[in-house]
Design a protein around this ligand. Structure first.
Ligand SMILES: [Zn+2]
Length: 347
């Protein structure tokens, strides 16, 4: 006897804008979500629940307590153990179940690994918290003619825009240069609230569902808008996003963010009092046991977990992955974090 699970997608397939054919197309699609925090986690939950065929998740960070009010895939157990976000997200999605195949990568997205991560993706969803990665995604997607959906949130407001290469504006048409960091309001300075995250990802997910479920005729009806939403004031407005024929990225097809490969400099993570440090040499493979053996005598704690090592030294908590990437918690000073890294890991 059937347990009824074959009717799982019945209600959304009844929706006229989507339909059984939409469900079928969705079930055959591969989607990359860059970032598994607030935006990425909410997007991943929606994509898995609606039955996307394959979901590729990638995130460089670990779960902490301040994530729990808005990062919907994480539990207290994840915060307590400081689990990597990508694997913690995959664990929660597996419990929800369904037909979606999930691939989780604990990594920093750069010009080198994006090719591999995004290979075969019909769509890329932006769940990041930083502009450098968004310009990298924009370069890759315009170059490969793969659509992506920009989403950004800060405070109680957010922005959403689909980028459909050769059809509408790209991120660089609207903002040719990333604004200087000191001009940006960030989650660090003005905070962020869950309803704003949910509103932004609801718009991104609706666009994803529409696009992935559509046939060519329906795709031709797509227009590109930049939507601004403020959940505190209950306001939403949209402006037409027009393509700039002089755009360096989609007009002249110069992909300088991708070509620079993403810099190797230390990056201060948004809202975290944490700095990510990467080894200066590419292709590093670290012996985590050896590093732990070296730090153990000086460290307040040192342990080996599933895919990473963690130790506390000089008042900093260091999470170290086998590719040599480290998260140094307890500072937002990139120079200090690099010094801690060089002293104790030193690749
Ligand atoms: Zn452009």
């Amino acid at each position: 006897m059937s347990d009824g699970s074959e009717r799982r997608f019945d209600r959304q397939a009844r929706f006229a804008g989507f339909g059984p054919a939409g469900q079928e197309r969705l079930g055959a699609a591969r989607v990359l979500i860059v970032g598994c925090g607030a935006l990425g986690g909410s997007l991943a939950q929606q994509m898995a629940r609606i039955g996307v065929g394959e979901l590729v998740l990638v995130d460089r960070d670990v779960v902490e307590w301040t994530n729990l009010p808005r990062q919907v895939l994480f539990t207290e157990a994840h915060a307590r153990s400081g689990a990597p976000k990508a694997t913690a997200a995959a664990e929660t999605l597996a419990a929800i179940g369904g037909p979606t195949r999930i691939e989780a990568h604990v990594a920093h997205v750069d010009g080198e690994n994006l090719d591999e991560l995004a290979r075969g993706a019909a769509l890329v969803l932006d769940g990041t918290d930083n502009l450098a990665t968004r310009y990298l995604i924009n370069d890759w997607c315009v170059r490969e003619r793969v659509p992506w959906i920009y989403g950004g949130v800060v405070g109680a407001s957010g922005l959403v825009m689909p980028v459909l290469p050769e059809r509408g504006a790209c991120l660089a048409c609207l903002f040719p240069e990333p604004p200087p960091a000191e001009h940006l309001a960030t989650c660090d300075t003005v905070g962020v609230v869950l309803p704003a995250v949910q509103a932004v990802t609801a718009l991104q997910a609706a666009l994803a569902m529409r696009w992935l479920g559509a046939d060519d005729a329906r795709r031709a009806e797509f227009e590109t808008w930049l939507v601004e939403i403020d959940v505190w004031r209950g306001e939403q407005r949209r402006v037409r996003a027009s393509r700039d024929p002089e755009c360096a990225t989609c007009g002249k097809r110069e992909f300088r963010h991708l070509e620079s490969g993403g810099e190797r400099a230390a990056v201060v993570l948004c809202g975290r009092n944490t700095v990510q440090v990467r080894p200066t040499r590419r292709g590093t493979k670290l012996d985590l046991e050896r590093v732990l053996a070296n730090v153990r005598a000086s460290a307040a704690s040192a342990e080996r977990l599933a895919s990473f090592a963690r130790f506390e030294v000089e008042g900093f908590r260091v999470t170290l992955f086998a590719d040599g990437r480290a998260l140094v918690e307890g500072t937002s000073d990139a120079g200090r974090a690099r010094a801690v890294y060089d002293r104790w890991i030193g690749t």
